[in-house]
Structures are given as C-alpha cells and as structure tokens.
Design a protein around this ligand. Structure first.
Ligand code: SF4
Ligand code: SF4
Length: 535
C-alpha cells in the first residue's frame, strides 16, 4: 500500500497508512549489513494503538490521544482550521509567512528534492517520507480551506483533499518524520523549503492546539524557562557541576582552571548546551582549558536559561523560541560582554543567530559568534603550542546541519582538524552536502513509544553508513578511531546509534567534540586528554 500512496489517502481512515519492514531499508555496509544483526523496531502494542492516533506508520513520536467522540474530533478539526488561518496571516505569523507563502505557491512538482532526503532514501524510498508528500498535503489544505473560492478552485487547480480528523492526526505525526535538516531545500532549484513547511505545521499544532512532542515542550522549553535549563539544572546545581568539572580538569591535566561566573565586562559570554555539562563534561572542561591557555576574557552566566544554549522552541513554537532567545540576549546585555559565543551545539547556533535575528531588535542586539570561529582563531594564533602527533589516529568530521548547511560555517573546524589531526579524512558527502545525524529537530532526545527504534533504524541510517565508510581503510576495532561531532545534539544521536549497532565493539569508533581534539594536542598536557572509551 505504501509504495503507491496518493496524497488524498491521508484522509481515508485505515488501520495504518504506510508500513516499512527491515528488508525495505537502505542496506548498511559491513559489518552492519546482516539484517538478523540489526535491532529493528518494537511493534506498537494493541493498547497503544487503542489509546493513541497511530494510523500513519509503524511508530509514534507525539502520540495524540484518540478523541472520545465525533464531537471532539470536529472541535479539533475546527481548531486546526483556526490555527491555519492564523498561520497564513501577517499579524499572527510575521516571523515566517513570507517564506511559507513562497514555498506553498511555487513548487514545480519536479521531485528533484526527494533524492536529497536521508529519511526517504533510508526508508527504501517509502512514498510517505517523500519531502513533497507532507508539503503537498499541507499545500492542498491551504488552497482549499484558506483561499477565496478554494473549495471549488482549490480542488480543481491543486488537487482535492478532505480535512477530517484522520488527516489532522496523521499530519501531526508526519510533521515529526522530518529532521528539518533542509537538505531538500538546498537542492530545490527554486528554493522551496519543505523543511520550513514541516516547521510551520508543527507550529500550528503547538501554538493553536497545544499539541507538541513532550520532550521538546514540557521537558524542553517549559522546563528551561521555569528552572533555567531543560536538563533540570538550576543555577546552583550548574555551578556545582562546573566546579566539579574544573577540579576534574586540574586532576586530569595539571592545569588549573576556574570557570568565571557572571563576570561583568568580560569579552565573551560562553553559552554551552547544558547537556554537555551532564553527559560530556570533558567538553566544557576542554573549553575552559583552551580559553584560559589563550588568555581570553570570558564568563558564563547563571541567569535563568543563560547557561543553557538549548532553545527547543526553534523546532515547534515561535513564542517559546522568542522567550528563551530574549533571555539569552538580556543576560549578555546585563553582563556588558562584547559578544556571545555559542558552544558546540548546532541547534543553539541556529537559534541564537539566524532565527534570533527575527526577535532581537533595539537594545537586545548583541554580536553572536560560533565557537568554531573562536577555536580556529585560537589554534591559528600561535598562542598555544601543539603537537599534532598526539592526534595521530584516524579522525573524520561530522557537519551539524544547522551550523554548516544553514549558517555556512564549513571551514573553521576543518582548518583546526587539518592542522592538528594528521589522519583526518572527510566523510562523503561533506560540508553543506552532509547528511543529518538523524537526531535533528529534537529527535535526538525523543524516544517515546518505539520512536527510538525508528530514529535509529531510519533517520540515522545514512549517517551510520557515512561514518563506517569514512573509516573503511581501518575496519579493525583494535585501531581506535575518532568521529569529531561538534554538536551536543548530534552527539546524543550518535551515542544512541553507536550503542544500538555496537559500533564501538565492532569498529572501534568513538566520538567527541572539536575542543577535546585541541586539548589532546596541547604540548602542556602531560597525559592524553582523549580517553579511548565509549560513553
Ligand atoms: S520542492 Fe522544489 S525540488 Fe521539490 S518538487 Fe517542488 S520545485 Fe521540485
Ligand atoms: S528537511 Fe531533511 S528530513 Fe525533512 S524532508 Fe527535507 S531532506 Fe527530508
């Protein structure tokens, strides 16, 4: 059924609209090529299918409860329509209406973009995951239900679609089968952005209907605005953790570091993704070592949200996004720093630079810079002495979509690894052509129902293939290899991918950030900084 899907099928009630089995999926290279060794996915239980709207495919990302009556279904459809009206109006959607309208109006239906989509390709080219399938559903709804005479002309000119509860419930889930990597948008010859359309669908559900993935809303932006960080750390806890990391760094390297907090007039306010502090403390620790060694004037801020660069609103809700972005800028202004530097987190890069430009105006304007640029400048400045032979092991580089494709930060991190890593090799394709880790748009922290199986079997599949192929000349797991992934979100997805497929055990590949490679090559560090372990 799924290989011959028509756009209008989305409105036709059925048990399940599309299905993929393991042998449909894009093959993986050895030693991951045997289907019997692949974990596959757990099947949704009868109880889950009974309680939640699960008629799209084999998984659930949001899991909206089934309405109790047809009256409730009707109310939800009306709410969707009311949100759609707002989404298509300048007053309510000044942030993205222009780009949305262009993407709705100008698709030539050439299907060039579908070849660029890692999810479509990894799924074995399942029609449901075509970038244009979701957009076409939405486009028809817009034309039929928001344009004058749309019920007649919209149907004739753009194709018919029926807006019932089945359509709405499936569209919600379908908006969470795309990582917003925007590889399709880059490929489109006329600049239609299917990723943006997905974003706007998510936004409609969140801002009008209060429906969003729990991990990025309740446990994400709501928690961040309430306690300061979506990790749940308040200011006191984060300071304690950083103090512990500083002490650990001293024990490990012999270099004394003391992370400055709330230092007024510092040149730089450094904002990490706070997930690093808990999951990969060596990353903020390495930043502190490098900044101190280079004599940089820097600080962290203990203000609400300002010690966590995460801003999950980016993926689903403009209001939540703006609340966090404004607090980031206010914290920097309060400390009178010259600029904000964003740590190794791709989505924090996108949030606080390109998208925050839409809301940070007037007194809130403050220069914001990528840590890739700062680290490159430090490494190239000659202020720190390096011995690249300390990094003489195979290294490849993952390009986080938001940092590289969206912002064009391609070279700074490469200049560093070329200088410090003698066995650096690119994965193919790379740079702005690179593939998403499969954890973009919040997926890396989303594992409800059996969704983790889907994101590791489908959305992360091409990334795994790329990584393994980049080290194909050293398949022996005894030869330790390093995947440099300068993004906290990507590292979360890569950690899960490596665990799922046993990559450390089978291939001897571990992963980490860029700054760890820099510290590992510092002459002043007596013991290797990179520990060859997997965590
Ligand atoms: S989005 Fe662009 S590439 Fe894709 S079908 Fe439309 S015009 Fe073609
Ligand atoms: S944004 Fe990325 S995942 Fe989403 S449809 Fe486009 S290529 Fe596919």
């Amino acid at each position: 059924m799924s290989s011959r899907l028509r756009v209008s099928d989305i409105s036709r009630p059925s048990v399940q609209m599309a299905h993929i089995s393991l042998d449909d999926l894009m093959p993986l290279p050895p030693p991951y090529d045997k289907l019997e060794d692949q974990p596959g996915w757990k099947v949704l239980t009868d109880a889950q299918r009974h309680d939640y709207e699960a008629s799209l495919d084999d998984t659930l990302a949001v899991g909206v409860p089934k309405p109790k009556s047809t009256a409730e279904e009707k109310r939800l459809v009306e709410q969707f329509l009311s949100g759609l009206e707002k989404l298509m109006s300048k007053e309510n959607n000044w942030t993205f209406l222009q780009q949305l309208t262009l993407s709705i109006e100008h698709c030539a239906k050439c299907q060039t973009c579908i070849e660029a989509c890692p999810i479509y390709e990894a799924s074995g080219r399942n029609d449901l995951y075509r970038p244009t399938f979701r957009s076409e559903v939405f486009r028809r709804i817009v034309h039929k239900y928001t344009k004058p005479g749309g019920k007649f002309f919209g149907r004739l000119m753009h194709g018919d679609i029926e807006l019932n509860w089945t359509t709405v419930a499936r569209l919600l889930e379908l908006a969470y089968r795309c990582t917003l990597c925007r590889r399709c948008a880059q490929t489109c010859p006329i600049g239609v952005d299917n990723g943006l359309i997905t974003h706007e669908i998510r936004k409609l559900f969140s801002m009008e209907m209060g429906i969003a993935a729990k991990e990025i809303h309740e446990k994400g932006s709501v928690l961040q605005l309430k306690v300061g960080s979506s990790t749940g750390m308040n200011a006191e806890v984060v300071k304690d953790n950083i103090q512990f990391i500083d002490e650990d760094m001293h024990d490990l390297t012999g270099i004394k570091v003391e992370t400055p907090w709330d230092k007024e007039g510092a040149d730089i306010l450094l904002i990490h993704n706070a997930g690093e502090i808990l999951a990969w403390p060596e990353n903020p620790g390495a930043f502190a070592i490098v900044l101190e060694a280079a004599g940089i004037s820097w600080t962290m801020s203990s203000d609400l949200t300002a010690y966590d660069g995460i801003n999950y609103g980016l993926w689903y809700d403009d209001a939540q996004f703006a609340r966090v972005a404004v607090k980031h800028a206010q914290a920097a202004k309060k400390l009178k720093v010259k600029k904000i530097v964003i740590g190794e987190c791709g989505h924090a890069h996108k949030a606080l630079t390109v998208i925050a430009d839409r809301v940070l105006t007037g007194d809130l304007i403050i220069p914001r810079e990528s840590s890739m640029v700062l680290l490159r400048d430090i490494v190239m400045s000659g202020r720190i002495k390096f011995d690249p032979t300390r990094n003489d092991f195979p290294v490849t580089l993952h390009d986080p979509c938001n940092m590289v494709r969206l912002m064009g930060i391609v070279e700074p991190q490469r200049e560093v690894v070329r200088k410090l890593c003698p066995q650096f090799r690119e994965m193919e394709p790379h740079g702005v052509e690179n593939y998403c880790c499969g954890g973009g748009s919040g997926f890396a922290i989303m594992s409800p129902f059996n969704f983790q199986d889907w994101r590791l079997s489908v959305s992360g599949r091409i990334k795994l293939k790329q990584i393994v192929e980049a080290f194909a000349d050293h398949p022996d797991p005894e030869i330790k290899k390093y995947l440099c992934a300068p993004c906290s979100n990507c590292k979360g997805q890569i950690r899960d991918l490596f665990r799922y497929y046993g990559v450390w055990e089978k291939s001897g590949i571990t992963y980490g950030g860029l700054v760890e490679l820099i510290v590992n090559a510092m002459v002043d560090i007596k013991e290797p900084f990179i520990k060859w372990e997997f965590h």
